[in-house]
Design a protein around this ligand. Structure first.
Ligand SMILES: *Cc1c(COP(=O)(O)O)cnc(C)c1O
Length: 372
């Protein structure tokens, strides 16, 4: 199941992909070749279905680029200049949405809670009731900054009951943690090829309500990130407006096939959950403490508090693990010194066990160096 070359990536994406996904890139596709158009069409249809979207009401719009491109396209294309957005922030990706709105000159306000705290649906209900001028709400599903899961279904219920629209950054949860844009009444959801879908980086998408997108024709100030324009071109002749990342699309097609064979998002979630539980239990034996309350911890990436001990230094720790075949991730939390270990990708708990053995050897070695 693991990669044949390079370190095992215990990172949130790019992540470890299967040999089968990598092999799908070993041919060239013409972007206007009917075979490619069919392949890409299948990818978009499958992604829409995974989001809980329907052909009648939703469209999956591809965005060439990394995940942020899709978030920016979503915020720039699904809100008219007068639609004020309430941003629920508890990490760097929420703050990134604020930065995008600032650059686009779109009206927004942010409600920020601690990075170790989930957003509270009841507090949101009060806020929406008190401010009828808020047209839409945006939230990050899994805040990859910490690894925290926000209560998306409950938040969506509140937004829907208040008659507002909801935009979601589901980048690091999509494909493993269930979401139902139809049932939960979500207007738009952004995700990418290279996280829980286990494809390679280079393609992102926004699954959104077709009617709401069509009603916002011309609102995007960006040409390349105009979702309505891209959707209209695709609906016309099936062509992307600009060069599609053909190899990335082919790899994602294969990755979606793998997801189905694995048993869909529920089976994938079970595997990631086993990875996370194995990781946290094994790291606890080595003295590492997670930054989050277990109830908030998604099975995607775990932030561990950096040891306040002389042997520890992130780059030394990183290099020693890397030389043993594992790439971990630097921390990103504002108030806490952390490092992160991802539990997603084409890895299972046996890989996590091997990582734990490597981590144990590294800790022992670094402590011994200190003695000598
Ligand atoms: C990965 C990620 C993104 C996108 O990051 P890119 O580096 O642009 O791919 C956005 N939001 C969240 C929550 C993420 O985890």
């Amino acid at each position: 199941m693991t990669a044949s070359k390079g370190p095992v990536l215990l990172t949130p994406g790019p992540l470890t992909t299967s040999d089968r996904v990598k092999a799908a890139m070993l041919r060239d596709w013409g972007s206007r070749d009917p075979a490619f158009t069919r392949l890409a069409g299948e990818v978009l249809t499958r992604v829409r279905a995974l989001a809980g979207g329907t052909a009648e009401e939703h469209v999956c719009v591809p965005v060439q680029g990394s995940g942020t491109f899709a978030v920016e396209a979503m915020l720039g294309s699904m809100l008219r200049p007068d639609e004020r957005l309430l941003l629920l922030v508890n990490g760097a990706y929420g703050r990134r949405m604020a930065e995008i709105c600032r650059r686009l000159g779109r009206p927004f306000e942010a409600v920020e809670v601690a990075e170790t705290e989930a957003h509270d649906p009841a507090a949101l209900a009060e806020r929406l009731a008190a401010d009828p001028g808020i047209a839409a709400v945006a939230i990050v599903h899994c805040e990859t900054t910490s690894g925290l899961l926000n209560p998306l279904e409950e938040i969506a219920a509140v937004v829907r009951a208040a008659g507002r629209r909801l935009l979601v950054d589901a980048m690091s949860s999509f494909g493993a943690i269930a979401v139902d844009i139809s049932g939960w009444g979500i207007s738009a959801l952004a995700a990418s090829s290279n996280k829980c879908l286990q494809g390679v980086p280079g393609l992102a998408f926004v699954v959104c309500r077709s009617d709401e997108l069509a009603a916002r024709r011309g609102v995007s100030v960006s040409l390349a990130l105009d979702l309505e324009d891209q959707a209209r071109a695709l609906a016309g002749d099936g062509q992307w407006r600009f060069t599609p990342p053909t190899h990335v699309v082919a790899a994602l097609h294969e990755a979606l096939q793998e997801l189905e064979e694995e048993g869909g998002p529920a089976a994938r979630l079970a595997r990631y959950t086993a990875n996370r539980d194995t990781l946290i239990a094994g790291m606890a034996r080595l003295g590492f403490v997670p930054a989050l309350d277990p109830a908030l911890q998604a099975p995607v990436i775990v932030s561990f508090l950096e040891p306040q001990e002389d042997w520890y230094d992130f780059s030394t720790f990183y290099d020693a693990l890397e030389s043993r075949g594992f790439a971990i991730y630097a921390g990103k939390m504002k108030a806490l010194g952390t490092f992160r270990v991802g539990t997603i990708g084409a890895i299972d708990s046996l890989v996590i066990e091997r990582f734990l053995a490597a981590a144990e050897a590294v800790v022992t070695e670094l402590k011994q160096k200190l003695i000598r």
